[in-house]
Design a protein around this ligand. Structure first.
Ligand code: UDP
Length: 477
């Protein structure tokens, strides 16, 4: 076959997602983008995650799933728990990490037996680098952060600490965060980013206009590495049912949820959700309930389901819920997984009280919904600054405690007054709120334009595919 013909041939790509909703959802969405451009894509997953993916990503003849055995028994986990988002305590979290580490040999075996042209893997699998080197194929890294945050996380030597705050003066927008990251988190993320730099490039679930040329320039200059903005991943075409099952099956009927929203005024409802990994203590939940109530606004509030003891009554499990709270019919509490994409894109939603997980952030931006920011752990405190200070599309609630993981006790509660004030600031249309809302809507238009033909993310995907083909074809010479 001539080289020219070979250049026309589709690529064979493997995607290896980490076993947490916030990592799996965007990477698998991005995998479908490659399939929709005519390339052969295999997502390497585990049996119960495969079940979720089958129902939530659009089927495509070039997209297949390969499930490797998940060692639940070996790690001491209940059957079917194959995702960190289903874990409720630190003990099972440690077991999940242990089980995930055990996936390396079966994945390596599969990849070595059927080598692809390129592997796209989550940054929490640094061992993929060696595998790719062994097979002489490029590895692309995916970490699910914004490039703004990668720039912030990647410069710990520039950090200036002052009592309980962190200042990073060297970014294109100098930022100050009113909390300090756990030391082990800073070290861990920095090490992971260093490994990421060994990859052929970085895939980002964002779009150029949101991170901004200045951060692309900063990243490339400070690392010499290439980042490809391919998002927002949530904009891939899919049915309402697939949207409802994205990440997990929704615990509420989509119809019930949308009918409730249909009965509300435009931009009148506050949507509250802290992603897939945050479990607040009862005292904090109580503050949230009282804060929303005092604001007087209607709401949808997603609270992770609490299993409780056998035969324990609902009121016992939910002592934090003020008496009569739900009977006032001001809002809907969703206990468990919510159809977030459908909710955010409903015209009745006027603000999103969010933990600033990057997926939630991009989803809100894409829907044009301004945010009430309440970061909790991981890289969320950096994302908050991009939302509020840099892009001006949100209001800070006042979170000041940066934890290592999403559960456990908190020392600094966010008070009901802070919650009420932030909601009022954004929902009771003053000048500031109007400007924030206007900017949020402008970013939504930019997000949609980015993924259309000729848009920045669309063009980046074309260029990336071209680059990968060039590498593959050069090997064949
Ligand atoms: N999500 C959802 N329903 C829920 C909770 C979360 O659909 O009830 C989705 C949300 O749309 C996002 C992902 O789960 O795509 C959470 O990712 P994010 O980065 O926001 O936060 P994480 O869970 O990683 O902290």
């Amino acid at each position: 076959m001539s080289i020219q013909m070979e250049e026309m041939g589709p690529l064979k790509l493997y995607f290896i997602h980490f076993l947490a909703a916030g990592h799996m959802i965007p990477l698998c969405d991005i995998a479908t983008l490659f399939a929709s451009r005519g390339h052969n894509v295999t997502i390497i997953t585990t049996p119960s995650n495969a079940q979720v993916l089958r129902k939530s990503i659009p089927s495509h003849p070039l997209l297949r799933l390969h499930a490797v055995h998940f060692p639940s028994q070996e790690a001491g986990l209940p059957d079917g728990i194959e995702n960190i988002s289903s874990v409720e305590d630190a003990e099972n979290l440690a077991k999940m990490f242990h089980a995930t580490a055990m996936l390396q040999p079966p994945i390596e075996e599969f990849v070595e037996q059927h080598p692809p042209d390129c592997i796209v893997a989550d940054f929490l699998f640094p061992w993929v680098d060696e595998l790719a080197n062994k097979l002489c194929i490029p590895r692309l890294a995916f970490n699910g952060f914004s490039l703004f945050t990668i720039c912030a996380v990647g410069s710990p030597h520039e950090y200036e600490y002052d009592n309980d705050s962190l200042h990073i003066p060297t970014l294109p927008h100098p930022i100050t965060i009113n909390a300090t990251p756990p030391k082990e988190l800073t070290e861990f993320l920095h090490t992971m980013l260093q490994t990421e730099l060994k990859s052929h490039g970085l895939i980002v679930n964002s779009f150029l206009e949101l991170d901004g040329e200045e951060y692309i320039g900063y990243y490339e200059k400070s690392t010499g590495h290439k980042a490809w903005h391919l998002g927002p991943a949530s904009l891939i075409g899919r049915s309402a049912q697939e949207k409802a099952e994205r990440g997990q099956k929704s615990v509420v009927s989509v119809e019930e949820c949308l009918t409730w929203l249909d009965s509300k005024r435009v931009e009148s409802v506050v949507y509250i959700c802290f992603g897939s990994l945050c479990h607040f203590p009862d005292k904090q939940l109580q503050e949230i309930a009282c804060g929303i109530e005092a604001s007087g606004h209607e709401f949808i509030w997603v609270v992770p389901e609490k299993k409780g003891k056998e035969n324990e009554r609902q009121e016992e499990k939910e002592k934090w819920l003020p008496k009569g709270f739900e009977e006032k019919e001001k809002g809907m509490i969703i206990r468990g997984w919510a159809p977030q994409l459908l909710i955010l894109n409903h015209h009745a939603v006027g603000a999103f009280l969010t933990h600033c997980g990057w997926n939630s952030t991009v989803e809100a931006v894409t829907a044009g919904i301004p945010m009430l920011t309440w970061p909790v752990h991981g890289e969320q405190f950096y994302n908050e600054k991009l939302i509020t200070q840099v892009r001006g599309i949100g209001v800070e609630v006042g979170a000041a405690e940066w934890t290592s993981i999403g559960f456990g006790e908190r020392h600094k509660l966010v008070t009901r007054d802070s919650i009420q004030n932030a909601i009022t600031r954004l929902m009771d249309a003053g000048d500031e709120a109007t400007q924030i809302r206007r900017r949020a809507k402008e970013f939504a238009q930019k997000a949609r334009k980015a993924v259309k033909e000729g848009g920045s993310s669309h063009n980046n995907l074309t260029a990336l595919i071209h680059d990968l083909k060039r590498l593959r074809d050069a090997k064949l010479l």
